[in-house]
Design a protein around this ligand. Structure first.
Ligand code: ADP
Length: 671
């Protein structure tokens, strides 16, 4: 029952301890994970706040750049000549294309016409000549037929006739004549009022002249003529000042491309810048035509950068309502990037780097391969709908490192606290288990003490009762009974002495008066106090004192108790017959050794270091034969320790045991 109770007690204690450890540990771990999670957030927020100013600065600058761009667009004045606007946009700014809409929604630029190239009308006056040239392939008669109209008053007819004649002459192999004829047509200037068809014819004449010159081969005169013709073409193409009627965009582009083709060689054109400009303008016109066909921007969107659906490298569009018309400006990625120069200014040279993504999360500007992850992401001003600016640290993981360092501190602190909790718990567990063990021992003690006290008391009572009743044979028997009573009494006293010694020892109240003591006297007293018992139990005790022996530093009575206990045990744990006990006292170094040997039951090895514990008995059954309650050796050990001595035991089951007590010698003889 009590075992059951104590087990339940034990379980309760264990559960309590586990809760005491687990609860704070779990809360600490929970707290730590929260703190660690928050730490990254906190660092991020701190940095984000730090860079918020820079970001808004960048946004302000970007907005200013954007306003400047819009103001520049307002100045394009595309109403009169769209090429003036296109030229300005492409050559002076960073535009890549332009669409112009009238306020009524009609497309002003780029307008396209159905066909380009040589204007052939079979019903015109030149019909027979064309017939001869293209159908009959009779070039001589074609040349003659064209010749009739080369001086016509209608400039378009005159130019067409000269061009036709030139073509025919070239077919006849008269290249120089063909060039001379074509030159007359190509370098005419006064066709201003003649309208678009005349211009187309004139530009075609010029393109023909360029190809004739190519065929004729390089001479200084041809080179000069080539340059002159190209200049004449360029003066008309994309020329804002030209009084010429405007060609439809696709025809204009055709002429521009042909001109650029002619510039491929073998003649060297003397103005490469003009050639490059022409190339840019032709590209812009081509893109504008494509954009006009694709209608990429949803209506109603103004002053916002949007990606076009054009099949090109990312091209952005910006629709703006200029004073008298609406412009749709096509811009390359680089133009948009330079429009975001505010970011460049704000973040250049700092420890941060940035990247701008458009609404489709495509890269637009900034660091192409930024390091790590952005620590903050901000929206761009309204003109960049859905665009974002991401900020990164140059040193990639500066902030990650800072966060990690802080986290490491938390983890270490947490770890140390958990360790401490575990340590305290372990100490508490030890203390509790000791307490439990002690309790159990005390219970055992009470049971043993009652049992041990009962036996001598009962036998004394029987003896005394017999004597009182006078139920005895003779004086000798009375003497015998009295002697037995005295022995039981002595045994009882010794037992009570031991209990008291233990009790004092437990309360740490044992006070020893340590003086110079003579080992021989101690041995004499011990042997004397056991003589009666040993005699009655036929114990043969051999005492062997080596001579001379130094005094020891000891409490005489305490060491007598030590020897009495050891000698008593030797007698108790040896079988009835032939009890051979020896006590040898000798000097060894600074110690005097008291060795008590018996030829008794001995002990197994595993018991040897436990027998000095209080209440420990190898055979602890109540049914065991010998008296005792497991205190003798613990008292011995306590006394020996208090004397700064030592006790050793050597034992073999069935052979016997030897207990050796070593006590330090006194001053006088301690040399
Ligand atoms: P007890 O009162 O039981 O004798 P002790 O503390 O004197 O208690 O001894 C503890 C135990 O050690 C004994 O119960 C016994 O089992 C064992 N013991 C002590 N001395 C001897 C010995 N000389 N021979 C064999 N066993 C011994």
């Amino acid at each position: 029952m009590s075992a059951l109770l104590s087990r339940r007690n034990q379980v309760q204690w264990l559960v309590l301890l586990a809760v005491a450890v687990l609860l704070p540990t779990a809360s600490l771990l929970w707290f730590m994970t929260r703190v660690i999670g928050d730490e990254r957030l906190v660092v991020k927020q701190k940095l984000a706040a730090l860079y918020q100013d820079k970001l808004s600065d960048a946004a302000t600058k970007t907005a200013a750049l954007f306003r400047a761009r819009l103001a520049a667009l307002d100045k394009l004045k595309p109403g009169s000549n769209p090429y003036a606007a296109l030229r300005q946009l492409v050559l002076d700014s960073d535009g890549q294309g332009l669409l112009i809409q009238a306020d009524d929604g009609a497309l002003l630029y780029p307008q396209t016409a159905g066909a380009s190239g040589v204007d052939v009308h079979s019903d015109s006056l030149l019909g027979p000549a064309w017939q001869a040239e293209f159908a009959a392939r009779q070039y001589a008669s074609a040349a003659a037929l064209y010749g009739k109209f080369t001086s016509a008053r209608d400039p378009q007819m005159a130019i067409a006739a000269m061009t036709g004649r030139s073509r025919s002459l070239a077919r006849l192999g008269r290249l120089d004549d063909a060039i001379a004829e074509c030159q007359r047509a190509a370098l005419r200037t006064s066709i201003n009022d003649a309208g678009v068809p005349a211009r187309v014819t004139l530009e075609n004449a010029r393109l023909l002249l360029l190809s004739l010159l190519k065929q004729a081969g390089q001479t200084p005169a041809h080179a000069a003529l080539f340059n002159q013709t190209v200049r004449a073409l360029m003066a008309d193409l994309y020329n804002p000042a030209a009084e010429q009627p405007l060609l439809p965009a696709n025809q204009n582009l055709f002429v521009a491309r042909k001109t650029l083709d002619a510039l491929q060689g073998p003649f060297v054109f003397d103005n490469p810048k003009a050639r490059d400009d022409l190339k840019k303008l032709a590209d812009a016109e081509e893109l504008s035509i494509a954009a006009a066909e694709a209608r990429p921007i949803s209506p109603g969107v103004y002053d916002e950068f949007l990606k076009t659906a054009l099949d090109r490298t990312p091209t952005y569009a910006l629709r703006h309502r200029a004073p008298s018309s609406t412009l749709l400006v096509l811009l390359p990625e680089s133009a948009v990037a330079s429009g975001l120069g505010g970011f460049q200014q704000a973040f250049n040279g700092s420890e941060t780097t940035y990247r701008i993504l458009d609404a489709a999360d495509d890269y637009v500007a900034g660091d192409l391969r930024p390091p790590g992850k952005p620590f903050t992401v901000a929206a761009l001003p309204a003109s960049f709908p859905g665009w974002t600016a991401e900020l990164y640290f140059e040193g990639s993981d500066v902030f990650e490192k800072a966060a990690k360092r802080q986290i490491a501190v938390y983890i270490w602190t947490g770890g140390v606290v958990i360790l401490m909790v575990l340590l305290v718990a372990a100490l508490a567990a030890r203390a509790v288990s000791r307490q439990i063990r002690l309790n159990r021992m005390k219970n055992d003690f009470i049971a043993t003490v009652s049992h041990e006290l009962k036996t001598p008391l009962a036998s004394m009572r029987v003896l005394v009762d017999t004597l009182l009743e006078g139920n005895i044979r003779d004086e000798a028997q009375a003497q015998e009974y009295l002697r037995l009573t005295a022995r039981e009494n002595e045994r009882l006293s010794r037992m009570i002495d031991n209990f008291l010694a233990f009790s004092r020892m437990e309360r740490n109240k044992q006070a020893f008066s340590i003086t110079e003591a003579d080992p021989a006297e101690i041995v004499g007293d011990a042997v004397e106090s056991l003589r009666a018992k040993h005699n009655s139990q036929q114990c043969h005790l051999a005492v062997d004192l080596s001579d001379p022996l130094p005094d020891i530093k000891a409490d005489h009575d305490a060491i007598v108790t030590v020897l009495v206990n050891l000698l008593d045990n030797a007698c108790k744990y040896t079988a009835e017959e032939k009890k051979e006990i020896s006590l040898k006292v000798y000097r060894e170094g600074g110690f005097v050794c008291f060795a008590v040997s018996d030829n008794g039951i001995g002990m197994a090895r595993r018991h040897l270091n436990k027998i000095f514990d209080s209440f420990y008995q190898v055979d602890n059954s109540l049914a065991r034969k010998v008296e005792g309650c497991g205190l003798g050796l613990s008292i011995v050990k306590f006394i020996v320790n208090a004397h700064r001595g030592a006790i050793t035991v050597d034992s073999k089951p069935g052979v016997g045991s030897t207990f050796t007590v070593l006590l330090p010698t006194g001053h006088r003889n301690g040399d």
